[in-house]
Ligand binder design. Structure first.
Ligand code: AMP
Ligand code: MG
Length: 325
């Protein structure tokens, strides 16, 4: 199989919507990263996602919907979840709620909860509107590798394993959605930091939002897919402050463009250190460095101080990318 690229014409979107209804896999752009989408209520189609990605069955999928009306038949909403959906959807906030029986067990890894979000990307929305079905869609990469933020990234990992890629250009957010457990509406808890920050959630809800410990032994129970090692290049990645020197065979990744003359083996994530730019470029730059046959990628971490903001999501991904097997 060799994946076909589809430009986002109306005819192609109709064709891909039909393919999805019929159980095919389609890689689609969202504002966070590219997703590998399938009919969420078709267990066989969802099984094909796990096969294509080589994803273990204990790592549940996020279900993408157009809006709350499409989400309500899939999950038991409470008032907190409704308020959050009204405020943050469409957008990069995934809500974990008790699932309703129509959701196949394969989507939730057999668990009693389902993760749902309404993506903001205009092409994802047009496709959802045309297909009229919820779409299960994890990141469109081989399990454990760096998430894809362009159609070319998807092809590099899955090109020989899936039939269709909808090319919507580069993702604007660049890191995955925030996963928020709201099964207990009085005790919302962030399972994965993302583009909607803890600070935004706390301000809006007027209550404390806890962070599940992102590392450590109890994480798999909370959110099975949140492995310590994830989002990883093949080249060993090390987090270390920039010393101004690069040993031979080592690539450097800085948070911002260095002053003066750029060096050959030095990459940077933003021009002036703007966090949204860092997030947007992160996976593309890590992929570039990984393709450079270095023996090590040395990434400058963000200051840990901003733990309630976007920096938390970026550092979370960097720490997982750096974790050893
Ligand atoms: P991906 O779409 O590849 O970013 O992966 C989705 C992630 O969402 C999974 O790895 C889980 O960590 C999380 N997730 C999905 N469903 C659930 C759920 N029912 N409960 C907790 N976390 C979930
Ligand atoms: Mg993923």
């Amino acid at each position: 199989m060799q994946a076909r690229f589809h430009a986002p014409t109306s005819a192609n979107l109709r064709r891909l919507a039909r393919a999805l209804r019929n159980g095919a896999l389609v890689a689609i752009p969202t504002e966070t990263v590219y997703g590998l989408a399938a009919h969420a209520l078709d267990a066989q189609a969802c099984r094909a996602i796990f096969r294509a990605k080589r994803r273990p069955a204990n790592d549940p999928l996020i279900v993408h919907v157009l809006d709350r009306a499409q989400a309500e038949p899939l999950a038991e909403f409470n008032d907190t979840a409704r308020r959050l959906a009204r405020r943050f959807w469409p957008g990069p906030l995934t809500l974990v709620l008790p699932k309703k029986p129509v959701v196949p067990g394969i989507v939730t890894s057999g668990g009693p909860t389902v993760a749902i979000r309404a993506p903001a990307h205009p092409l994802a929305r047009r496709l959802l509107r045309l297909a009229k079905i919820p779409l299960a869609a994890p990141s469109a990469n081989l399990f454990g590798y760096i998430s894809p933020t362009t159609a070319a990234h998807v092809r590099d990992g899955l090109g020989a394993r899936i039939p269709h890629i909808l090319d919507g250009g580069a993702c604007t957010v660049g890191v995955e959605s925030t996963v928020l457990d709201v099964t207990d509406p009085r005790r919302p808890r962030i399972l994965r930091p993302g583009a909607v920050t803890a600070r935004q959630l706390e301000l809006f809800l007027g209550m404390r939002v806890r962070q599940a410990r992102s590392r450590g032994s109890n994480t798999p129970k909370l959110s099975p897919g949140l492995l310590e090692r994830h989002y990883s290049p093949r080249t060993p990645l090390v987090l270390r402050r920039w010393s101004g020197q690069l040993p031979a065979g080592v690539a450097g990744v800085l948070q911002r463009r260095p002053a003066g003359h750029p060096w050959k083996h030095l990459f940077w994530l933003s021009r002036r250190g703007a966090l949204n730019e860092v997030a947007r470029n992160l996976y593309d730059v890590l992929r570039q460095a990984d393709a450079g046959r270095y023996r090590e990628i040395r990434v400058e971490p963000l200051p840990a101080a901003d733990s309630g903001g976007l920096a938390a999501a970026i550092n979370d991904r960097l720490q997982r990318a750096a974790a050893r097997h």
